[in-house]
Design a protein around this ligand. Structure first.
Ligand code: AMP
Ligand code: ZN
Length: 444
C-alpha cells in the first residue's frame, strides 16, 4: 500500500519511498519541558501519532523519535525563579507530559532523547562544522555561516535577497545577520547550565539539538520529520543547513507540518497567554479522547479553531460512535477497509475517515459483529479506544459463567455462586450485582 503525504519541501503530495525497506524512520520536534504542554502542542503530537499509526496500518515498521528539549532559556529562567534545579524541573514536566500523552492514546515513541543527554554528540558536530569552515566563533558563541550553505531557506521558500534579516538575533560581530548560533558561551544568566567543549564552555543552540539527536537515533537521512508550521523557519531550515553541512547527505526525505490550533482567531501559545492545558479540559468534564476526536475532525493541514462547544460535540459523537460496537467481533468488511486505508494513506484524511466510521456504524446491511470488527480495525489508526470505551467485548466463556452463576443464585446455592464469582474474577473480570441484574466489567 502506498503512503502519500504533503511534503513541505516540494510543496506537493508525494509518495513516501522509505530508505530502509519496510522500515520508516520518523522524527518529531518535541516539547520544551518547563511547564504543562497546551492543547495546541497536543494537536501536533496527536497528528504525529496518527501518522505513525497510519504507516503501521499500511504494513511498515516504524522507528519513531520525539525529542525532549530540556536545555532552553525559558527553562533556566523558570528554574531560577522557582529555586529548583533545571534538571528537577524538566524531569517533573516530562513526567506530566508522558502521562498526558498516554491519556490521549498516543503510542510512546521508541526513543525520547533528552538534549542534556546528547550534548557530547552536539559538540562533535559543531567541531566538524568549525573544521570544515561552515562555522566560526563570535563574541558570544559559535555561529553557522548561512552563506556557506547550499539552498539555504528552500524549505521555507525564503527570498534571501529581498528579506531584511532584522528578525535574526545574536552577536553584533557575527558575519551576517542570518547566521545563527550553534553554541552559546556561558554567561552569569545561565546559572551554571553549561557544558565543557573544546571551543569554549557553554550550551547548545536549539537547532543543533535536533540535528544531533535525530542523527544519533535514526541516522543521517530521515524518512519523515515533523513539527507544527511555526518550526519551518527558522528551526527546520537551520536543522537542514547544519545536518547537510556536517553529514554531506540529504537530511530528510519528507517534511510534514501540522497547522495551528487557533483560539479566537489567534494561534494558541504560551506567549500570548491564550492557552488551555489538557488538565483544564479534564477538569471541565471532558475525556482527553474527546479532544483526540476533535483533532481528527480537522485535516492536519488546516487551521483548527478550538471552542468548548466544538469539544462538547466531539465528546457526544465519540460516546455515540462507541455505542455502535457490539459484544461480538465478526469479520472486517473488506470494502470499507479499503476505503478507509485509501483515505488515511492519502495525506491523513482523518475528517473523511471519521465520516466513513459513521457510515459503517449506520450501515443497516452490516451485522453488529462485522460492524464492530470494522470499527475496531479503523480504530488502530483513529486510536479512540473504542473497544475500551464501549466496555462490550465480553468473551463467551465469561458470559457462560455469568449465566451459571445466575442459576446458582436463583436456587440459593450461595457456595456455588461464590465459587463462580471467584472464577470470573480470576479471569480478570469484576462481577457487579445491580438492580438491573448481574453485570461484568473488565478489571481496571
Ligand atoms: P514547544 O513546546 O513550544 O517547543 O512546542 C512543541 C510543539 O508544539 C512544536 O512542534 C510546536 O510547533 C507545536 N505547537 C505550538 N503551538 C501550537 C499550536 N497552537 N498549534 C499546533 N501546534 C503547536
Ligand atoms: Zn526540533
Amino acid at each position: 500500500m502506498d503512503l502519500k503525504f504533503f511534503n513541505t519541501l516540494s510543496g506537493t503530495v508525494e509518495k513516501l519511498e522509505p530508505l530502509h525497506d519496510r522500515e520508516v524512520r520518523m522524527y518529531h520536534c518535541g516539547p520544551t519541558v518547563y511547564d504543562f504542554a497546551h492543547i495546541g502542542n497536543f494537536r501536533a503530537f496527536t497528528v504525529n501519532d496518527i501518522l505513525r499509526r497510519t504507516v503501521e496500518y499500511a504494513g511498515y515498521n516504524v522507528k519513531q523519535v520525539m525529542n525532549i528539549t530540556d536545555i532552553d532559556d525559558k527553562i533556566i529562567a523558570r528554574s531560577t525563579e522557582q529555586g529548583i534545579p533545571a534538571l528537577d524541573l524538566t524531569r517533573e514536566y516530562t513526567n506530566f507530559l508522558l502521562a498526558d500523552l498516554k491519556s490521549l492514546n498516543i503510542l510512546t515513541p521508541h526513543y525520547l532523547p533528552r538534549a542534556t543527554e546528547h550534548v557530547g554528540g552536539m559538540t562533535v558536530m559543531i567541531e566538524k562544522l568549525l573544521r570544515e569552515g561552515y562555522a566560526y566563533p563570535a563574541s558570544d558563541g559559535i555561529y553557522f555561516e548561512v552563506a556557506k550553505s547550499k539552498d539555504y531557506g528552500a524549505l521555507a521558500r525564503l527570498d534571501l535577497d529581498a528579506e531584511t534579516a532584522s528578525r535574526v538575533e545574536g552577536a553584533a560581530d557575527k558575519k551576517s545577520p542570518r547566521d545563527f548560533a550553534l553554541w552559546k558561551f556561558e554567561t552569569p544568566d545561565d546559572h551554571g547550565v553549561a557544558y565543557d567543549a573544546s571551543f569554549g564552555r557553554g550550551r547548545p543552540g536549539w537547532h543543533i539539538e535536533c540535528s544531533e539527536m535525530s542523527r544519533e537515533t535514526l541516522g543521517e537521512t530521515l524518512d519523515i520529520h515533523t513539527g507544527a508550521v511555526d518550526l519551518i523557519f527558522p528551526h527546520h531550515t537551520n536543522e537542514i543547513a547544519q545536518s547537510e553541512a556536517a553529514n554531506g547527505k540529504p537530511f530528510v526525505q519528507m517534511w510534514v507540518h501540522t497547522e495551528f490550533l487557533m483560539i479566537d482567531g489567534q494561534k494558541m501559545s504560551k506567549s500570548l497567554g491564550n492557552y488551555t492545558t489538557l488538565r483544564t479540559v479534564v477538569e471541565r468534564g471532558f475525556s482527553p479522547i474527546a479532544f483526540r476526536y476533535w483533532v481528527l475532525g480537522a485535516h492536519y493541514r488546516a487551521k483548527a479553531n478550538f471552542t468548548w462547544e466544538g469539544l462538547e460535540g466531539a465528546q457526544t459523537a465519540l460516546v455515540r460512535l462507541a455505542d455502535y460496537l457490539g459484544a461480538e467481533i465478526g469479520t472486517v468488511n473488506a470494502d470499507y477497509q479499503k476505503r478507509f486505508a485509501d483515505l488515511v494513506t492519502n495525506d491523513l484524511d482523518t475528517p473523511r475517515a471519521l465520516a466513513l466510521a459513521w457510515e459503517v456504524a449506520k450501515d443497516a446491511s452490516l451485522s453488529s459483529a462485522d460492524k464492530t470488527a470494522t470499527l475496531l480495525d479503523f480504530d488502530q489508526v483513529l486510536g479512540l479506544g473504542l473497544a475500551l470505551r464501549a466496555e462490550v467485548i465480553i468473551p463467551d466463556n465469561i458470559k457462560e459463567l455469568v449465566r451459571s452463576r445466575e442459576e446458582a443464585r436463583q436456587t440459593k446455592n450461595w457456595a456455588e455462586s461464590d465459587r463462580i464469582r471467584d472464577e470470573i474474577n480470576a479471569q480478570g473480570w469484576d462481577v457487579l450485582d445491580t438492580d438491573k441484574g448481574t453485570e461484568v466489567q473488565k478489571k481496571k
